[in-house]
Design a protein around this ligand. Structure first.
Ligand SMILES: NC(=O)c1ccc[n+]([C@@H]2O[C@H](COP(=O)([O-])OP(=O)(O)OC[C@H]3O[C@@H](n4cnc5c(N)ncnc54)[C@H](O)[C@@H]3O)[C@@H](O)[C@H]2O)c1
Length: 337
């Protein structure tokens, strides 16, 4: 390939980060994967170690970083409620100090920088489906605020660096994404349901299961990341990336039971605080500006994800220590974002 770049991926050993590293390596780039292994795991990138175009760096984004790269994807941040509420002060620091450090790096290098923002910036939305010009309905002092407000502040920083320092920014608002390498015990709804179904345990549904979510398969999302990064300079985002197909928790549970052939039943529990009732992206901008839309149907994506968890539960490859600690201290499954 002619246009080989050196690309920094923060949070590169996580679920999305590891798929992004795979894709960038497959495209012929050099990848510097940075992670502090809070929720990510070496198992996610073990197959890349030894590749001469792949380098792994243990580092925390809350600390400054001096490296030479051509592009930055900033993904570092715990993404599930159970993990981001474990140390909420650190979560906000990761989003805010992490953004400042990575933006400072991009400013010095004069290189484009991508931010993995989230649909959580819309909070419990009063507009449905969510368009990028909706400002959101977020509780600033609740248990989810460390994540939601941290990500909102990071967006502010990205746009201020863009206005003030003419930095090339690419801000993606990611909606629920699922696929192989999701953490098996982080309480996110797809992994939760699949693991419970495979183990034959009751499937935990919060509330009456009528709340909806949209689910994007990871390969589709990563395609959106690359298209956004490669888009013209004036495309800054924020731009929604997600699958607009809308499913209730009950429908997802039924489909998971069907595809795993499980005998699990649904068990209903009360809704956690600030759990959004519905979430669905409007992807008009992504479609018109990036020519992007998801292609993997939920049933197919679930099949591939179930195959991954089936193998994982049989083998138990390495999981991060922090997660073992969380389990040991009784951190149970919480509402899925
Ligand atoms: N998966 C989704 O559905 C989703 C939805 C919206 C937004 N996002 C965003 O995408 C990004 C990746 O999410 P994911 O699902 O892969 O989560 P993940 O937890 O699997 O990955 C996050 C990675 O960041 C690392 N990390 C955390 N804090 C760090 C720090 N201070 N310094 C360095 N590394 C750190 C973790 O160890 C992990 O490898 C996150 O920023 C998340 O907010 C994900």
């Amino acid at each position: 390939m002619t246009d080989q770049k050196t690309i920094l991926v923060t949070g590169g050993a996580g679920f999305l980060g590891s798929h992004l590293c795979d894709r960038l390596i497959a495209e012929g780039h050099e990848v510097l994967c940075l992670d502090n292994f809070f929720t990510g795991g070496k198992a996610n990138i073990a197959h890349l170690v030894g590749n001469p175009r792949f380098e792994l760096l243990r580092h925390d984004v809350t600390l400054p970083l001096y490296v030479e790269v051509d592009q930055i994807y900033n993904l570092a941040c715990p993404a599930s409620p159970i993990h981001y509420q474990h140390d909420p002060v650190q979560t906000t620091k990761t989003s805010v100090h992490g953004a400042i450090n990575m933006l400072g790096l991009a400013k010095r290098l004069k290189c484009p920088i991508f931010q993995a923002s989230t649909s959580e910036v819309y909070g419990d939305p009063s507009v449905h489906p969510q368009t990028e010009d909706y400002w959101g309905n977020v509780n600033p002092i609740g248990p989810r605020s460390c994540y939601d407000e941290g990500k909102r502040c990071a967006e502010t920083l990205f746009f201020d660096y863009h206005r003030q320092h003419k930095l090339e920014i690419k801000v993606a608002r990611i909606f629920n994404t699922y696929g192989p390498r999701m953490h098996p015990s982080d309480g996110r709804v797809v992994s939760n349901f699949i693991v419970q179904a495979l183990k034959g345990e009751p499937i935990t549904i919060y509330g009456d299961g009528g709340q909806t979510r949209s689910f994007c398969y990871v390969d589709d999302l990563i395609e959106g990341f690359l298209r956004l990064m490669d888009s013209p300079k004036e495309v800054t985002g924020p731009i929604n990336l997600g699958n607009p197909g809308e499913f209730t928790m009950r429908q997802l549970a039924e489909l998971t039971i069907e595809l795993t052939g499980s005998k699990s039943r649904m068990a209903f529990q009360s809704l956690p605080q600030d759990d959004p009732k519905q979430r669905k992206p409007d992807i008009t901008q992504a479609t018109e500006r990036l020519g992007w839309r998801p292609t993997v149907p939920l049933k197919e994506g679930l099949r591939r994800t179930i195959a991954y968890f089936d193998k994982l539960l049989a083998g138990r490859p390495d999981r991060p220590d922090s997660v073992r600690r969380l389990r040991a201290t009784g951190g149970g499954a919480r509402a899925a974002a």
